[in-house]
Ligand binder design. Structure first.
Ligand code: NDP
Ligand code: MG
Length: 380
């Protein structure tokens, strides 16, 4: 019998983390959870330690020492990734906090199943260099990129001219534009098709998420920004498409369930029976439309950041993270997110991020600037 694939799961108590645990439980003969991290959810941490008999466990957030946690804090997280024997690291930490863990996995020669899109957006080149020198591989977990990697492999990258990322359009895709300015937190968190963490759910409403995914696709697949398109597809069944030289489109179609891309990342290149079930197309209708610029100004700003490249993608991500945190905190209006991101990108981020110090420095500079713009718009 083949030895089980040993997995380190980062962000085990989150939305992706829970889906990953489902996949691991359904495939106990092939997959073994050897280590996990949470930020502060010690209840989940304790339950996982008992259920899986973990060799290592990290509580990465600022909580009091936990019984049985072998690693603590952000540095402990890096230590756990480097020191625990494993085949693959599934990184489902949200935001820029996920970048160093991805680098640690790559540098220590462990394959990387990457849900944390920010790693590719902010440090794509450095991460690819680290993977190349250690010989580790990267498998995207983001559903669109999982779909694209399978499609590109099957169709042959040289035959593909255009990548089309689909987007649900979020909760405000159909409401009158003037209502968006008044949108409150509960409206922004009411995602029509996907159940996800709060930050990425707000990013779906603004389409900052799709903007990050365009940048992620540029880094992952080496396509130019102008060959990557976005279409709103409210049903969230077609996860992405490629257009080949002959004009034909090929799509990956399945239920909106993150367990499938996680399963595919953990078993790549094998296509095997998945526990998340199959989609029955009978009775389904699939529709597509262009995202309106006035409804999703953050998407246009993301394309601009992708064109400018250098540290602009880092600044886009950092400014958006800060602005979304302010919105989630009740400090600014929903439309303030787009304004803060655009204002921040008015700064100079033309420095090439050639090392991790520069990545962090540019991230910090963009955050400070976004917070300053945010204070000017504070509601209270
Ligand atoms: P959640 O907010 O649901 O979960 C985040 C997880 O990471 C939790 O386990 C949390 O621990 C932990 N965590 C939070 N902050 C930190 C930190 N600063 N350092 C280390 N760990 C931390 O997020 P999601 O699962 O929705 O998203 C995770 C990543 O996956 C994001 O990058 C997102 O863009 C990406 N992604 C998510 C998708 C989805 O469907 N949700 C789809 C595609 C990509 P605790 O619970 O203890 O706070
Ligand atoms: Mg996605």
């Amino acid at each position: 019998m083949k030895p089980r694939k040993r997995i380190i799961l980062l962000g085990a108590s989150g939305s992706i983390g829970k889906s990953a645990l489902d996949v691991i439980r359904a495939e106990r003969d092939s997959l073994e959870l050897v280590a996990a991290s949470v930020h502060q959810n010690e209840t989940v941490a304790a339950a996982l330690r008992d259920e899986f008999g973990l060799k290592a466990l990290c509580v990465s957030g600022p909580s009091r020492p936990m019984d049985g946690a072998t690693y603590r804090g952000a540095e402990g997280l890096i230590g756990m990734i480097r020191e625990t024997e494993a085949d693959i690291v599934l990184n489902a930490v949200p935001g820029a906090a996920g970048i160093d863990p991805s680098m640690a996995a790559a540098e220590s020669g462990k394959d990387l199943a990457l849900a944390n899109k920010e790693s590719m957006v902010c440090a794509g080149r450095l991460l690819k260099e680290a993977l190349a020198s250690s010989g580790a591989r990267l498998f995207p977990v983001d559903s669109e990129h999982s779909a694209l990697s399978i499609l590109l492999e099957r169709m042959g990258k040289e035959n593909v001219e255009e990548l089309i990322l689909t987007a649900s359009g979020g909760p405000f895709r159909d409401c009158p534009l003037e209502d968006i300015a008044e949108a409150d937190l509960s409206a922004a968190l009411a995602h029509p098709t996907w159940s996800m963490g709060r930050k990425i759910t707000v990013d779906s409403a603004t389409m900052a998420n799709k903007g990050l995914e365009v940048m992620e696709a540029i880094e992952l697949f080496g396509f130019s920004v102008d060959s990557i398109k976005v279409l709103i597809h409210p049903e969230s069944k077609v996860h992405s498409l490629v257009r080949c030289r002959d004009g034909s489109l090929y799509a990956q179609i399945s239920r909106p369930d993150m367990r499938l891309p996680i399963h595919n990342a953990l078993f790549w290149p094998e296509i095997r029976k998945a526990s998340s079930g199959a989609l029955d197309l009978r009775g389904e209708s699939l529709s597509f439309r262009e995202p309106e610029a006035a409804r999703y100004p953050v998407l246009s700003t993301a394309y601009e950041a992708a064109r400018l490249a250098a540290a602009y993608p880092i600044a886009f991500n950092a400014a958006n993270e800060e602005a979304v945190a302010m919105f989630l905190d009740g400090g600014i209006a929903f439309t303030g997110i787009a304004e803060i991101v655009e204002e921040t990108l008015g700064g100079d981020f033309s420095r090439e991020p050639r090392d991790m110090e520069t990545v962090h420095a540019e991230d910090g500079r963009a955050r400070a600037s976004a917070r300053a713009f945010g204070r000017k718009r504070e509601k209270r």
